[in-house]
Design a protein around this ligand. Sequence first.
Ligand code: GLN
Length: 486
Amino acid sequence: MELYQKPAYELSDMLKKKECSALELTESVFKRIDTVEDKVDAYLTVCKEQALQKAKAVDEAIASGKTLHQLAGIPIGIKDNISTKGIRTTCASKMLENYVPPFDAAVMNKINSADMIITGKLNMDEFAMGSSTENSHYKTTKNPHDLSRVPGGSSGGSAAAVAACEAIIALGSDTGGSIRQPAAYCGVVGLKPTYGSVSRYGLVAFASSLDQIGPIGRNVKDVAMLQSLICGHDKMDATSKNIQYPNYSDNLKSNLLGLKIGIPKEYFGDGIEPAVKQAVMNAVKEMESNGAIVKEITLPSTDFALNSYYILSSAEASSNLARFDGVKYGYRTAEYDSLTDMYEKTRSEGFGDEVKRRIMLGTFVLSSGYYDAYYKKAKLLQRKISQEFSTAFADVDVIATPTVPSPAFKIGENIGDPLKMYATDICTVTINIAGLPAISIPCGMDNNMPVGMQLIGNKFDEQTLLNAAFGYEQLIGGFNQMPKII
Ligand code: GLN
């Protein structure tokens, strides 16, 4: 087995025992990038020189006997909406084509102080709006399991890079499913943490009340390790929760005995492909026969979730994206004859169609004539959806659902039909609306494409969620489906 194929937790041990060097590991990952990147198109910026230099520094630190973080020397890819000091951060938009942040996001400070090795910046849907990476201004990432299919989105570059072993682990962001949906499509593990557990400082905002940064890896333990590193209170983010966060990976338990799993019937309805339902139910049954207790539950407002999500997220996006006006930073149109003309041309030329659609929708639902009819109703539904989850969690420890209604679709299949594209988010958006943590793990294959199971946890109870996911992973002997890219 090549180094680039190994899990982070095993590589961490190997580095400590000097069975491999950080330089060998980093070179192995870049060799993989050189071999498959022209097929997968996961990266927008590759940071080879910096990565090799950092790897040498980590090796020197190891040689000098310094005690390092357990993720030291592990190559990580970063979604391109997370600010990286001195490294271009485009959000896959023409608007930020040449933008190099003068500061690091809070999560990057943690990654750098843990001495992780940044491989580069990963492709995404423009400003994280989309479900396929087809909204990237630069290129569409391909699903490593079938290059004619999408990797999902918006963190499609992150999920594809991890699945294709072009990174050992990655960071994504999730506003309505953007970590979990691509993780499901690419057959990897993606965690959307509880709102407020990971600092958003330096994450380019899409919908601030829904956005969360989270890890994508090839196994639950790697994801738990990275989550333990990036979570925690940050005074730079007013919504960051100041509580004690456990070390999730040190406390991982695979015992499923007595774990109460809720099955909400609303997530297994007509829109969900039978093979997907079957794969998720088989996984749940497997957990049940190993000691878990399965209960049917109901989350009646699920039907309204997509409408609420697209109203709330677009409203916030329309406000957040007002800053891209050609004045302060980013793209500015070449020729204009007044300030208003400059704004109009800059924004017309700098944003792609989907971003403009969201800005228009958001401005509309916030306008004085329609605020009550749309935005206010969506806010009321948000409270109802959250209450239904709270009621459910009085009875169960985790909730199991499909992550996405069907496996990855073909490139081009949904791009002309926004509503069809939005419908793929039906199982994931409720979790952001309620601020809960949720993880997508592989639970089978349908026509040679991965199927994901979503486990939803109670607020700030990532430990129970990760334990449940780890329990299932151990039961089935690990997630081992390597994609067939080459
Ligand atoms: N697909 C959803 C959207 O387009 C979710 C995006 C996200 O989570 N960033 O809004």
